[in-house]
Ligand binder design. Structure first.
Ligand code: ACM
Length: 553
């Protein structure tokens, strides 16, 4: 049936045949599955025009239930001429089963209204048993470099659900924009959510979009996003990036910065653009790269961010809270007499330990509130806080080191699963940056290095694909970078695939034919196998076609 991601087992109930789904088909939601029934009526119901009325009698009926003996996210589908059963080890399992059920009905089941009212819908008579390889199957979306309006975020949650992905890592703050309302610090969004212009293309490009850019999610928007995700069994992991990638916050509240060196030559690393150097006050950054303007290691900064995280914890129920920790240039701390005094006062060896001190503070703070810290692999430098988990992005090594030391890990190496990187070496790719990573490369990505001993491998919670949006100015560009590669990634994260070299990419490509039809029905602007459509090209815009270069230089 060309299912993606591929299930563990699939068999036809002999002899192969179909049963109709029609206006009389009932839907029975046993306890715990009411949310899945809501989702089925709203999606499959809309696409088919069938009422799927609540009912408990007869064989022309879909029954949703929780069953013992299945893995928590596992499910079983049985269509055998009796009532059609979708059973799960938990409500999440039933939900993933419902996703497969939608695929069984064909690509038109992914539309929002029936193409042909009155059409008969056929359900194949099959038995499917399935469960995921990893508990953490994620997508990180950067909404700072380019703001993605709330409706587009909700749509991405639907796209994650359709691929059985269950973690949405929400990169909410960075140098180029602060995207979440914090009631006690209104300037974070009044000032920090807006920038005057945007570099069009890679940072070496001379092109600018002079339209002011910005936006943010109100706390009610966030509550809606979190609830919408929860209904789809997706956990939203918020990220507030500290102590680097913080220029938007410093633009809003200058006292968060290293005020004794900000805007001086000493405090400015080479990356500081002329527009920032020497200006009276920092603005939200209008260039790409890593800003040298980082948080000051003061008590004031700690109290300020505790305030931010307090509001965050009220909004996001997720166990894990991401504190960034990546790419914090140490130039300002080296130059700042106040930061140096702080290093001495705390008895620290150097600036790396100062970064570690920052992260440990929030590790303890979050643990006291029943949460767990996760950060990019730089949090390993200067010593990892106990209980902290690591997003391994600079390759596998950070994840390997952390897992061997007993820390939980999410594998997201940039060399493999940064979807901002171009997917073909052709000259037509829009704003091509980074490595060439094709659909097949993603399909052959292995999250767990084979050399990792089993005790350490058990600390690999799972994997996620990351989407940095410097060159993705709207949802259509995000779609182009993310799809179809997210379909391959979803199969890597969900299905028990063999070793990379043994994976049957041809079979995956064959199944993709059906999946492209699903993506068409969902309105996804994916990259066609033949390359960009004429309006998806960006002739003349500088990318970064240097094989092997790190992403942010
Ligand atoms: C990252 O790509 N800076 C985590």
């Amino acid at each position: 049936m060309d299912l993606i991601p591929a299930p563990k087992s699939f068999s036809w109930v002999p002899p192969p045949g179909y049963v109709p789904l029609d206006a009389e088909t009932l839907l029975e939601a046993q306890p715990g599955t009411e949310g899945v029934a809501r989702w089925l009526r709203a999606t499959v119901g809309a696409a088919t025009g069938l009422p799927l009325a609540d009912g408990r009698c007869g064989d022309n009926r879909v029954v949703l239930s929780i069953a013992s003996g299945l893995a928590p996210e596992g499910y079983r589908i049985v269509v055998d001429g009796y009532a059609h059963r979708i059973e799960g080890g938990s409500p999440a399992g039933v939900f993933w089963g419902a996703q497969t059920f939608r695929q069984l009905l064909g690509p038109e089941a992914f539309r929002r209204a029936p193409l042909t009212p009155g059409q008969e819908w056929d359900l194949p008579m099959v038995t499917i048993q399935d469960s995921p390889r990893f508990a953490w199957r994620g997508l990180m979306l950067d909404v700072s470099r380019h703001f993605l309006p709330k409706d587009d975020v909700l749509r991405y949650l639907d796209l994650l659900a359709a691929h059985k992905l269950n973690v949405f890592h929400f990169h909410l703050t960075d140098d180029q924009g602060w995207r979440i309302e914090i009631k006690r610090y209104p300037k974070l969004t009044e000032v920090g959510a807006w920038r005057s212009r945007t570099k069009y293309g890679h940072r070496a490009s001379e092109l600018w979009d002079e339209t002011p850019h910005g936006g943010y999610y109100t706390q009610d928007d966030i509550r809606e996003i979190v609830a919408y995700a929860a209904e789809r069994h997706i956990t939203v992991v918020p990220e507030i990036d500290i102590p680097g990638h913080s220029q938007a916050a410093i633009a809003a509240y200058p006292e968060l910065g290293n005020t004794d060196v900000t805007n001086t030559a000493a405090g400015s690393a080479d990356a500081t653009p002329a527009s920032v150097k020497g200006s009276a006050r920092l603005s939200v950054w209008d260039n790409w790269g890593v800003s040298p303007n980082v948080l000051a290691p003061t008590d004031h900064t700690l109290r300020f961010y505790e305030g931010v995280f307090e509001e965050l914890l009220d909004l996001f129920p997720s166990t894990f809270v991401h504190v960034g920790g990546d790419e914090c240039p140490k130039g300002q701390w080296k130059a700042s007499p106040a930061a140096q005094a702080r290093i001495k006062e705390l008895g620290l060896a150097d600036e790396d330990e100062l970064q570690s001190w920052f992260v440990r503070h929030f590790d303890t703070w979050l643990a006291e509130r029943g949460r767990r810290l996760i950060g990019w692999d730089e949090i390993l430098e200067g010593g990892l806080a106990p209980g902290a988990a690591v997003s391994s992005w600079r390759g596998y090594q950070g994840g390997v080191t952390a897992a061997e030391a007993g820390h939980d890990v999410v594998m997201c190496p940039q060399q493999q699963v940064y979807l901002d990187h171009r997917q073909d070496g052709g000259a037509d790719e829009p704003m091509p940056i980074g490595y060439v990573r094709t659909l097949e490369d993603i399909y052959r990505f292995e999250p767990v290095p084979p050399s990792l001993p089993p005790e350490a491998a058990a600390h690999v919670l799972g994997t996620q694909a990351n989407v940095w949006t410097e060159v993705m100015q709207d949802r259509s560009r995000v779609d182009y970078q993310v799809f179809p590669r997210l379909a391959a990634f979803a199969e890597v994260a969900w299905s028990a695939l063999p070793a990379p070299a043994e994976r049957d990419f041809e079979d995956f490509e064959r199944r993709m034919t059906a999946h492209y039809a699903r993506l068409d029905a969902l309105g996804v602007d994916y990259r066609r196998p033949g390359g960009p459509l004429p309006w998806q090209k960006r002739p003349g815009v500088l990318g970064r076609p240097i094989e092997g270069a790190p992403p942010n230089v």
